[in-house]
Design a protein around this ligand. Structure first.
Ligand code: SGN
Ligand code: CA
Length: 513
C-alpha cells in the first residue's frame, strides 16, 4: 500500500506534474502543549475566561471548531503522545506510563504522511525516549525540557540555547516553515513544554495578573468524602504537596523535600544575570510580604492557589502569544486557507479543582483535553462539536486530511466528518479510559472505566473498588452513586458497556507488578 502510493508519487514527479500543478493537499500544523487545562482557555468559558487568558487560541476557535467534549485515553504525558502518534490505545502502542520507551518503528501518522510525500517536522517537547522517526527534521527537548536556556537535541547531538523555551520553540518552527519546499504539503508538530510544572513564566509575563484575584473553584477545599477512600491518599494537593520554593518560587521560605529543593535551585541557577534580575524584581516583594504574613490553614492554601494560578496562566500567556506569531506567519505567507491547524494538549489538569494540581484521574478535569481545529476550506467558522472524541482519533484524522488510508490496527476514527459539520454521521456513544502508572509520584491508583454522555463508571481494579458519577446531577464528581440502589440498572448497563469496550479494543488484564 505504502509502496504503491510512493510509486504513484514518483510517477507524478517524474512526469513533471509536480512542477506544473503544485501538490495542494492541505498542510497540517499540530500545536500541542503540555498540561494545558481547557479551563485555562478563554474559548472554553468557565471561571477563568474573564481574565482573557488566550486571545490567540480563541482566534482559532472563532475561525474554526471547538470540540467541547474531547478526552484522552490515559491522562499522562508520554502515553498520550504515543496514542496520538500511533492511533492506538496504550496497551497496543506499548507506552502504558511515562516509564516505557516508545517503539518509533511502529506505524505513526507522521511516518505515513512522510511516505505519502509530506514534509514533516517535530519541534519541541517529545518525551518518548526513543529518537523521533518519520520526520524530515526534528529538534526536541531532552525529557521534560527546561524553561530557561534549555537544551535541544537534533540528529547531530545536544546543544544549549539562551532564551525562554516557548519563544525558542516558536523561532525554530517558523524557521522550519520558511525553509521547506513550498511545492509540497507539510506537517509541523509544534509542541510546547509549557505550561507543565513548575509553571515558570517567561520574561515578558512575570508581572501579568499581579493585581488580580483569580476566582477559586467550588471544590478547592474538597474533603473526598464521596469517593473511594484512596482519593484522600493522593499526593497532589495544593495544601499538602505543592512546594513553596519549587512550585511557587518562594525561595525565601523553602519547605522543600531534598529532591524539590535541588530542582528548584537548579532552575534558579539556569538563568543568566539579566533573567534572574527580572525574576527577582517580579517575585521578591510579594514573597517577602508573604513570609511576613505568616499565613496558615485555608489562608495559606488560598495564597498558594493564587500564586499557582498566576504562574500557570503566565506560562500559558507566552504559549498564546507565540501561537499568535505562528498564525500571523501563516496569514502573511498566504498559507492559512489550506492549512489545518489543530490545538490540543496531552491531557487536562487540575487548576485547584478538588484542591489539586496534576492529572491522571479519570475525573473530568484531567480526562478532558482541549481540542480546537481551524481549516477554513472545510470547517465552518465559530462551530462547536459536542461528540465524544478522543486523542485516539487524531492520527486517523490527519491521515484522512491527507488522503492516506489508515492502517487496520489503528483504533480511532477520523474527525473530518465532524469537522465538516455532517450531522448525519453516526458517532460513538462511549469512551474507554485506562490509567496504569502506580506506584508513582502523586499516588493515583490504577483504574479503567467508561464515560458516556451522562455517566462515568470507574473501576479501580487493583483495589476492586468502583465509582459511578451522574454527570448531569453532579458535574463536579463529588458523590459516587455506585452504591445507590436507584442507579442499579444504570450500573449494570455501564458494566456491560465497559466489558464491550474492553473486548472491542482488545484490552488485556493488567497483570504487571
Ligand atoms: C514530573 C512532575 C510531576 C508530574 C510528572 C509527569 N514532578 O515528575 O508533578 O506529574 O512530571 O508529568 S516534578 O517534581 O519533577 O516536577 S508529565 O507531563 O510528564 O506526565
Ligand atoms: Ca504532560
Amino acid at each position: 500500500m505504502r509502496t504503491a502510493l510512493l510509486a504513484v508519487l514518483a510517477l507524478v514527479t517524474v512526469s513533471g506534474c509536480a512542477d506544473r500543478s503544485p501538490d495542494d493537499r492541505p498542510n497540517i500544523v499540530f500545536i500541542f502543549t503540555d498540561d494545558h487545562a481547557f479551563q485555562a482557555i478563554g474559548a472554553y468559558g468557565g471561571r477563568l475566561a474573564s481574565l482573557n487568558p488566550t486571545p490567540n487560541i480563541d482566534r482559532l476557535a472563532a475561525d474554526g471548531m471547538l470540540f467541547s467534549r474531547a478526552f484522552v485515553t490515559n491522562s499522562i504525558c508520554a502515553p498520550s503522545r504515543a496514542v496520538i502518534l500511533s492511533g492506538m490505545h496504550s496497551h497496543k502502542n506499548g507506552v502504558l506510563t511515562n516509564v516505557e520507551r516508545f517503539d518509533s518503528t511502529q506505524a505513526t501518522f507522521p511516518a505515513l504522511l512522510q511516505d505519502a510525500g509530506y514534509q514533516t517536522a517535530m519541534i519541541g517537547k517529545w518525551h518518548l525516549k526513543a529518537q523521533p522517526m518519520g520526520f524530515d527534521y526534528w529538534e526536541v527537548l531532552p525529557g521534560q525540557g527546561k524553561y530557561y536556556n534549555p537544551e535541544f537535541i537534533t540528529v547531530t547531538g545536544r546543544h544549549q540555547e539562551t532564551g525562554y523555551v516557548t519563544d525558542l520553540i516558536t523561532d525554530k518552527a517558523l524557521d522550519w516553515i520558511g525553509r521547506r519546499d513550498p511545492k509540497k504539503p507539510f506537517l509541523l508538530m509544534f509542541q510546547h513544554k509549557a505550561p507543565h510544572r513548575e509553571w515558570s513564566p517567561g520574561p515578558d509575563h512575570l508581572s501579568m495578573f499581579a493585581g488580580d484575584s483569580i476566582p477559586e473553584p467550588p471544590t478547592l477545599f474538597d474533603d473526598y468524602a464521596g469517593r473511594i477512600p484512596e482519593a484522600a491518599q493522593q499526593e497532589m494537593e495544593i495544601d499538602r504537596h505543592m512546594d513553596l520554593f519549587y512550585d511557587l518560587k518562594v525561595r525565601q521560605n523553602a519547605d522543600s523535600t531534598a529532591r524539590l529543593y535541588k530542582l528548584a535551585r537548579a532552575n534558579y541557577n539556569r538563568m543568566n544575570d539579566a533573567q534572574r534580575a527580572a525574576w527577582d524584581a517580579a517575585y521578591d516583594p510579594e514573597n517577602e510580604a508573604f513570609v511576613d504574613a505568616g499565613l496558615t490553614g485555608k489562608d495559606l492554601v488560598r495564597w498558594k492557589y493564587q500564586r499557582y494560578m498566576k504562574d500557570y496562566l503566565r506560562s500559558v500567556a507566552s504559549v498564546d502569544d507565540n501561537i499568535g506569531r505562528l498564525l500571523d506567519y501563516l496569514d502573511a505567507q498566504g498559507l492559512a486557507d489550506n492549512t489545518l491547524v489543530v490545538y490540543s494538549s496531552d491531557q487536562g489538569f487540575y487548576l485547584g479543582e478538588h484542591g489539586w494540581f496534576d492529572k491522571r484521574w479519570m475525573y473530568e478535569e484531567s480526562m478532558r483535553t482541549p481540542l480546537i481545529a481551524r481549516w477554513p476550506r472545510v470547517i465552518p467558522a465559530g462551530s462547536v462539536n459536542a461528540d465524544l472524541v478522543q486523542n485516539l482519533d487524531y492520527a486517523e484524522t490527519f491521515l484522512d486530511v491527507a488522503g492516506v488510508d489508515p492502517p487496520e490496527a489503528m483504533q480511532g476514527r477520523s474527525l473530518v466528518p465532524l469537522m465538516r459539520g455532517d450531522s448525519a454521521v453516526a458517532w460513538r456513544d462511549a469512551l474507554y479510559y485506562q490509567y496504569y502508572e502506580q506506584p508513582s509520584e502523586h499516588n493515583v491508583p490504577r483504574h479503567y472505566g467508561v464515560r458516556t454522555d451522562r455517566y462515568k463508571l470507574i473501576h479501580y481494579y487493583r483495589l476492586d473498588e468502583w465509582e459511578l458519577f451522574d454527570l448531569d446531577n453532579d458535574p463536579n464528581e463529588m458523590h459516587s452513586v455506585y452504591g445507590d440502589s436507584r442507579y442499579a440498572s444504570v450500573r449494570a448497563e455501564l458494566k456491560e458497556r465497559l466489558q464491550e469496550l474492553r473486548t472491542q479494543y482488545d484490552v488485556p488484564e493488567d497483570t504487571r507488578e
